[in-house]
Design a protein around this ligand. Sequence first.
Ligand SMILES: [Zn+2]
Length: 372
Amino acid sequence: VLRRVETEKSTDITVHDAEGRVVIPGLVDAHTHLVFAGTRALEYEQKIRGASYLDILAKGGGILNSVERTRKATHSELLDSARKRARTMVAAGSTTIEVKSGYGLSLEAEVKMLEVVSQLNSALPVEFVPTLMSAHAVPSEYEGNSEKYVEYMLEHIIPEIARRRLAEFSDVFCEKGVFSVEQSRRILLESAKWGMRPKIHADEIVPLGGAELAAQVGAVSADHLVAPSDEGIVQLADSETVAVLLPATSLFLGLAKRAPAREMIRRGVAVALATDFNPGTSPVMSMQLVMSLACSYLRMTPQEALTAATINSAYAVGRGERAGALEKTRQADIVIMDAEDFREVPYFMGSNLACAVIKKGVIVARDGNALF
Ligand SMILES: [Zn+2]
């Protein structure tokens, strides 16, 4: 598809002819849980058949099921499955992918997950951004005693992950029944002391004050935001925090409630997009599909969706100065789409239009296949 054009002037410049196709910046997936063992496809069927969250938990399902399987998995099992999924993501145009830990929930297993992210970074020709998320859930050994688990994180997990330089960011699931706003604040401030910038799973289900907390602690991003308060939106608009919206999650769960994207944009919040790829609530790997959902489901325009999936999501993972836009000063992360108009990218919902994906000037996927 992509013809290499020979140039006479210089031998170290390769010129490719995109033959009139749409050329956009490499897509930045700002929120994933890429590393985990097993899937939860059985639980998907159980939910469709009407099982409640508690039924599923009682049958050993839910997030703690992924934790149990991830704890048992070896490095190479986790690396192999993550690599396979990353191939699909990159073939669909993602060139920078944030990855959270959080299916370990013990020092040993969180280290293992983040070491796998580090191995992905050295083994594959795209960028993975590591985030510590030991505050993803309360592990079963601390059931009913989240305070004790928070202390364990503060004293053991956060300092050790920082000492080993395994994560750039630290994230917390600030939600009713998981970690409170005050616990989240302590976790994020302690992480920041150790050099890991805050991110927050904020106001996904109820308006708990996650958006406000994100603005107050200077979080690089506040993610989900299906149910932020008005005050939370105002505070985000006045902050440097990027709102990362995850419409695939709402759609996969069949929820009617969705993030108020129009209201956020109207108030001046910087809005980004991500897949939230994870085994329980979003097995979605394509940022192109997420752009379609942002348009059809969140009523963002194709222009806004493209901005949100590139430059804004680059800022949401601390890469705003070198990724997310086509400029001489940035790395050459580029996707050539088999389209004549960029609006066709969200418009052809569910298709992969990426015919060439380029990372730092090197072609890493062609016609739907990763070259690694
Ligand atoms: Zn998440």
